[in-house]
Design a protein around this ligand. Structure first.
Ligand SMILES: *Cc1c(COP(=O)(O)O)cnc(C)c1O
Length: 362
């Protein structure tokens, strides 16, 4: 056994730390923005039947083009988003989580000698995927309240000329909105690729426009989504992308052949047949989030506005101590390194109550 530093690893990876959200067996886990509601039993039965059928042919490689899954995802998006132009399977790509989609995007459009602009504090995987693919990461700065105005995004793109821009809407870990005007301003300011990570889109207010509605006529705009959060499918690893079909041709150059297993495809297609039932908990989770936004100030904390299934709150004198005190009561939240702040996922009503009660007792 040697140390990592003893190995002939790439110089640009030396000294980096991997993604490391704690995975602890606790009573109330509210630290990685999962949907904490289990999959409804009748949906689970249907998924298992599909898996049972699929396993009989795993002697063969799976459909490399995951055609049925792309059709199902297009239908789901057309149903939930009302894009200007109906999406077809050709406009959809998928992979093992949206993290893999983002990695494929940087493999194709980033890489050595190229750069990606992001706006921290944002999803930590964005810069980690940049380093994994050898893409130079540029940190832009947000406006007050962690928002990004069209002027700010335009100025950063003009000054840094990135090959790829990563926007996160709503943003993780802050929960804050990103306007459709900022996304279209970013697109107009660059000849490069603009990626909008909409992992939490289903939790936004009903009248909010998705970046998917901007896709028509914008062939360098890519909107990534995931089944991990609203769809309660984090463990199955299914993320996807809506973009011009030519983008998919670029991703075909870098993806591994057969990257989506036959079992993953079967499980996701079955789950998408039950989209309304799978999403039935979203309203409930939104109301628990609103409850956090309402109750935290009464305990002396200052939550940020949130369009997602989690809340970042300030006014925490010692985030590390509060994190540990909650953990002692078997409640896991996230210390994302913003001074004076912690992040908590909106759970079931009982989990949210347990969190609020524990916080009040400190
Ligand atoms: C959770 C999350 C994802 C999801 O990643 P998967 O690989 O699809 O599980 C993507 N983007 C953001 C901003 C997230 O918070």
């Amino acid at each position: 056994m040697v140390n990592l530093s003893d190995l002939p690893i790439r110089d640009d990876l030396r000294g980096l730390t991997p993604y490391g959200a704690p995975q602890k067996a606790v009573r109330v886990a509210l630290n990685v923005n999962e949907n904490t509601h289990p999959i409804p039993a009748d949906v689970a039965v249907d998924i298992v039947e599909s898996l049972a059928a699929a396993i009989l042919s795993v002697n063969r490689y799976p459909d490399r083009e995951f055609t049925e899954l792309r059709q199902s995802l297009a239908a789901y998006l057309n149903f939930s988003v009302e894009p200007e132009k109906r999406l077809t399977a050709d406009d959809i790509w998928a992979a093992n989580g949206s993290n893999e989609v983002l990695q494929q995007i940087l493999q194709a459009f980033g890489g050595p000698g190229r750069s990606v602009l992001g706006f921290p504090p944002t999803y930590s995987m964005h810069s980690i995927i940049a380093s994994g693919t050898g893409t130079r990461w540029i940190s832009g700065e947000r406006d007050a309240g962690y928002e990004i105005s069209p002027e700010t995004v335009t100025r950063w793109i003009a000054e840094t000329r990135p090959d790829v821009v990563f926007l996160c809407s709503p943003n993780n870990p802050t929960g804050t909105p990103l306007s459709i005007e900022t996304i279209s301003a970013a697109y107009d300011a660059t000849d490069g690729i603009v990626v909008v990570d909409e992992a939490y889109a289903e939790f936004a207010p009903d009248d909010v426009r998705s970046a998917i509605t901007l896709l028509d006529g914008r062939e360098r705009l890519l909107v990534s989504r995931t089944m991990s959060k609203a769809f309660a499918f984090a463990g199955a690893r299914v993320g996807y992308l809506a973009a011009d079909p030519a983008i998919n041709d670029a991703l075909r150059l870098v993806r591994l052949p057969y990257h989506l297993s036959a079992l993953t495809q079967a499980a996701a297609v079955a789950a998408l047949r039950h989209a309304p039932e799978m999403l039935a908990m979203v309203d409930n989770i939104r109301s628990q989030r609103d409850r956090l936004l309402e109750e935290l100030p009464k305990l002396g904390y200052t939550p940020l506005p949130s369009w997602s299934n989690f809340v970042l709150f300030g006014g925490v004198d010692d985030p590390h101590a509060t994190f540990e005190a909650l953990l002692e009561q078997e409640i896991l939240v996230r210390d994302i390194g913003i001074p004076g702040h912690l992040r908590v996922t909106a759970g079931t009503e009982a989990e949210t109550t347990a969190f609020l009660d524990a916080l009040a007792s400190l």
